[in-house]
Design a protein around this ligand. Sequence first.
Ligand code: AMP
Ligand code: MG
Length: 423
Amino acid sequence: MAQLSDDCFAFSGPLLRLDDMERLIAERIIPVAETERVRLHGARGRVAAADVKAPLDLPPFDNSAVDGYAVRHADLAADADTKLAIAGRLMAGGRAGQALEGGQAIRIFTGAAMPKGADTVFMQEDVTVEDGHVVVPKGLKAGANRRLAGEDTRAGAVALAAGTVLEAQHVALLAALGVTDIEVRRRLTVAIFSTGDEVVEPGAPRSGAAIYDANRYLLGELLGRLGAVVTDLGILPDNPERLANALREAASGHDLIVTSGGVSTGEADYVRTAVERVGSLVFWRVAIKPGRPVALGVIRGTSGHSAAFVGLPGTPVAVCVTFVRVVKVLLRRLSGARPDRLVALPVRAAFAYRKKKDRREYVRVVLVRNPDGEIEAVKHPQDGAGILTSLTETDGLLEFPEDVTTIEPGARVGFLSYASLVG
Ligand code: AMP
Ligand code: MG
């Protein structure tokens, strides 16, 4: 299980900037140590536990990038066509037995090994063939249309760095290198529950004052996409006793417990009281909007093992934003993954906006192409933190940095798609 000190989340400043939060997590949170070996099938989403060195050059041999004719560049006339005798034929997978002699060309197909002596390949579309000869034009550069052994990756080089979250392309690279299985960190185990006397399970009878639980479904899906093994502990009432018991039990079998609701100012006591009974708690006032204070803690389980605790706000949009900007950073670190590289793409704001300095703000937007061909971000008309359709009807979030206070229409701003945030 993850090794957590009781004060790993301690932070006493008034506001925690996102980059300080990222540093704090990197410095204080120790990833789970256990690893396992998995086959390539099913490795997507797992975290590489160690560097993987290429066992061979990729490609393993020089080969042709096109269907055409392999030649020796030294045979070619500098300013006229050159006529060469066709001396053989090489298919992909065929053995490159014969060497090319002066004045010869070899018919070659994509992926076939370059014959000895040949260094350049003409595309078949660019040549004319007549009675056993090929006429090639002037001007092709030496080495054209040839793939060099090791140009993709060299034997012995790190093909995949420790901490990489494996995507389809990483699995493909390992397969191309002949690797069959890989050492990965074990999956994180995460327990989730919702809190609130007003929250009921979808499908259950609902009184006039009750709402259906959206957050557990949101969290379950987000966590699942990140490769966590999720235990759904349902909905708990606003009762510190019941909350404390549930937390203590969950702490034994899990690396992390994530809850929503019960941490707003008026209600803070439910979760605070419960967590303080079974562990330690701090409130991070992360300098982002939306996202009210996020409660973090360490909970001692019945078996003596400790789990990390994150108490998110109750409103679904705040849950979503704090998840992708706070919980995900913690999860990645705990899982042994390198921090995500989030690159906001430049688009034009189609609206004016004022924000507080020293706070990073996220605005839900739809992207549209304006008549000039530029991509514009249109703000969703409803920006309440409880408006779920403001998430379902938009493409992603604009990210306004801490030092900015005014955004004018037409300003270049950074866009993060939901796909980039939740993947
Ligand atoms: P709280 O942080 O508990 O004060 O909740 C803030 C708001 O979020 C309230 O309007 C709650 O009813 C709502 N809320 C809390 N939990 C959920 C949930 N699981 N699903 C949907 N809305 C919720
Ligand atoms: Mg509540």
